[in-house]
Structures are given as structure tokens and as C-alpha cells.
Design a protein around this ligand. Sequence first.
Ligand code: 5GP
Ligand code: ZN
Length: 152
Amino acid sequence: MSQPDPALDPHCLFCKIVHGHIPAAKVLETYHAVAFLDIHPVNPGHVLILPKAHHPHLADLPDELSAHLASLLPRLCRAVRAATGADGLNLIVNNGMAAGQTIDHLHWHIIPRFRDDTVDWPWPQGEYVGDELGQMQFRIERELSPADDESE
Ligand code: 5GP
Ligand code: ZN
């Protein structure tokens, strides 16, 4: 994998944490990624994991880096579950302000969940009408490049 981009976005809080300019309770660190406790947890043990390089959204992430981050998730999930006694976990990535992203440096939330917790979930869901589902399938498939198909 290529070297992480050492450039720091001076406006990015998570870049400042990555570069040690702001403290954080780190639980895991590799050459390309870091995980630390969210300072305002949904439940205690709420962890954030992110690439060290500044990438705003998952859609911008190089495949190699994405694969590295994903490879750390099972071990991190096991650790959070064992440390908190959680009955379940939510893994969430908020991408874009409209989706609730407040810090513009891609990160996964790993949120411990308990059978009796008061977290307001799930969110409301809708339904497709007529051929809307098929049309949406067509539109998304059309946007996926042939190169994506070949890499499978
Ligand atoms: P987002 O809304 O962008 O998906 O999530 C940003 C998360 O970063 C929030 O859950 C918030 O509590 C957390 N956060 C904000 N500022 C800090 C901080 O200074 N340190 C840590 N560890 N987490 C932070
Ligand atoms: Zn950043």
C-alpha cells in the first residue's frame, strides 16, 4: 500500500487527532488507520475508526485503504463487544452533511447496543410503488462502471 498522505487539513479535527495535536483515547493504531473513543458516546465504548489520510467520504477512498480499514473491523467489534458486554453493535458511516456527518474526515462508528438501551432506532422506512424498485436497480447498475464488475 502507498504511504499515508502526511498532509494535515488544518481545519479538520480528526487530522489534528491523527497527528497528535489533540488528544484522544486511542484503542488501535496501524500505519494507515487509527481508532479511538468517541468523546460523546451513544453508549459507553462507542469507537470511531478512520484512515489517517484525510478523505471526506467513503466514495473517495482508494480500494486498498478501504480494504485495510475493513480488515480491522471484526477484531475491533470483538474487542468492543467483550469490553462492554454489548448485546449488539451498530456500524454506521455518515457520509455528507445531509446524512449527519459533522466531521469531514471519513470514519466508521462502532456503537455498542444493549437490549434495554434507549437509543432511538430504527429509523422510518418506506416502500417502492409500481416499477420504482426496478427503475432504481437499473439506475444504480448503470452507474457502476465495467471496471467495477471486472474487479470481482
Ligand atoms: P459524525 O457526525 O461526523 O458522523 O461523527 C462525528 C463524531 O465525532 C461524533 O459522534 C462526535 O461525538 C465525535 N467527536 C467530535 N469531537 C470529538 C473530539 O474532539 N474527540 C473525539 N474523540 N470525538 C469527537
Ligand atoms: Zn482530516
